[in-house]
Design a protein around this ligand. Sequence first.
Ligand code: NAG
Ligand code: NAG
Ligand code: NAG
Ligand code: NAG
Ligand code: NAG
Ligand code: NAG
Length: 486
Amino acid sequence: MRRSLIFCATASLLLVVAAVLLLGLGVFHRVLRSKISQRMVLKPNSKAFKNWKEIPAMVEFEVYLFHCVNPREVLAGERPVLQQRGPYTYRERLSRQNVIFHENNTVSATLVHTYNWIPELSVGSPMEDKIMMLNVPLVAAIEKVQAFGLPSLVNILFSFLVAMKSETLFTSHSVHELLWGYEDPLLVFLNRIDPLLVPDTHFGFFYKRNGSNDGRYDFNSGKGDFYNFSRIELWKGMRTLPWWTSDSCNAINGTDGTSFRPMLSRKDVLYMFNSELCRSIYATYEQELTVAGLWAFRFTPPASVFANASTNPANAGFCTPTGNCLGSGVLNVSVCKQGAPIIMSSPHFYQADPQYVNSVEGLKPNKQKHQTFIDIHPYIGFPVRAAKRLQVNVHVQKWHLVEQTGNIRTLVFPVMFLSENMELEPKAVGELAQLQLQISLLLNIPYILIALAGLFALVAAWLACRHARATSRDSERTPLVVGQED
Ligand SMILES: *[C@@H]1O[C@H](CO)[C@@H](O)[C@H](O)[C@H]1NC(C)=O
Ligand SMILES: *[C@@H]1O[C@H](CO)[C@@H](O)[C@H](O)[C@H]1NC(C)=O
Ligand SMILES: *[C@@H]1O[C@H](CO)[C@@H](O)[C@H](O)[C@H]1NC(C)=O
Ligand SMILES: *[C@@H]1O[C@H](CO)[C@@H](O)[C@H](O)[C@H]1NC(C)=O
Ligand SMILES: *[C@@H]1O[C@H](CO)[C@@H](O)[C@H](O)[C@H]1NC(C)=O
Ligand SMILES: *[C@@H]1O[C@H](CO)[C@@H](O)[C@H](O)[C@H]1NC(C)=O
């Protein structure tokens, strides 16, 4: 008994010492660092590289279009009545091609997107469904002629030719044409007059996007510092800091370089590069949740991301020409759309100035359906689920020289929105779940040791008690009993 008592007491003491040493020396943090860095450093033919090249995510590319019910009345100056159509859902595949490793810890590659229609997840058929929509090429052409300040004679000629072409401000096209491109007679005509002003005769919101890429990206390979893994350093040769990529995310704040820390903290600010907006937007912590058993922090862009310069001076760049701000919640991206009068917002003008929702009929902003979010594993730094949601609007106004614009009100006219929803493939979820289990074990080992130490200490105490009682019982048998003194 005495021997077990000594054993328990010693074990308890040793376990405590071990736990304190492990915690103090950060042994497990180092193990974790190396475990995670295996997934976060790109080397040719490594597993990390395979997952990075062919992104193990399922992306649903959902498109909704706004069908205008009353085009005639809109031209007479009434409020547009819009009906949302869709979703028309496509499976989006992302892969990286033309991969080249460089000496300076970067890897250059192009991001290639391919889209395949999924009938089961769509409402309607893109080939058959027709949408009555603003004639975007016509509005863009009007804007261009205006911006180039051509003499009024040319304007009148332009308007005459437009009339001859029987072009109207509203046209009906199939969803497939609107998304993936169709040859537009006005663009054919203008291209013949001036191929420099109108280089392409096609129009489509995602024209040429299927099977193509949006330029060369230079990614950080994570070598040297895995917290920088997959950071976009350059896009088309231009610096893009701050950064984000569609498959990996990191916080902007640096690292101390020795100990392990979660990839993400609640105080971090994430920057996500968005080629539609030609710049990064940021997101901040919203809540903690689990996605298919994986831990995640949800980050969402706060309203200030889309606020105008009065609220968020950083958005002064969207007030073009300088000082010409729109209301909050809408961004003028005309400069990055070759001068087309395109205004971006959240779907249904979520978080925007109410004037925009009220200027049309049929929109109803909803946080669940319309907010952009990204759920990231705080320890692994990998996005486990995300939704990118953006609405395309066209700025229209009456233009006296073009009969087609009738008496239309000045409007930010919604035409469509997309919701790009990312989920990890089951195999990737399985791998991350395994890594998560290892992380939670490793992080908890010192505490498991302390718990064991506590257990041994209890056993030791119990043994000590029994030992003490046994000794006192032994002494009870001796004639000099304490009880007699009572
Ligand atoms: C890294 O090296 C490549 C090839 O030399 C070069 O094109 C690229 O600009 C460099 N990247 C940075 C961030 O300096
Ligand atoms: C995109 O391209 C692929 C391969 O060329 C093709 O199978 C698919 O139908 C295209 N998607 C659309 C929406 O046109
Ligand atoms: C991140 O860096 C910024 C700027 O250096 C600093 O103001 C902020 O406090 C840092 N945040 C955290 C969580 O360290
Ligand atoms: C990683 O990013 C941090 C913060 O931006 C930077 O200070 C550091 O130099 C980067 N490390 C490497 C190896 O690129
Ligand atoms: C958007 O920006 C373009 C380019 O600077 C400008 O010509 C246009 O007037 C702006 N649109 C609105 C509605 O302010
Ligand atoms: C910014 O937006 C607010 C709300 O939409 C609006 O009241 C304000 O006039 C806008 N600021 C400018 C400079 O246009």
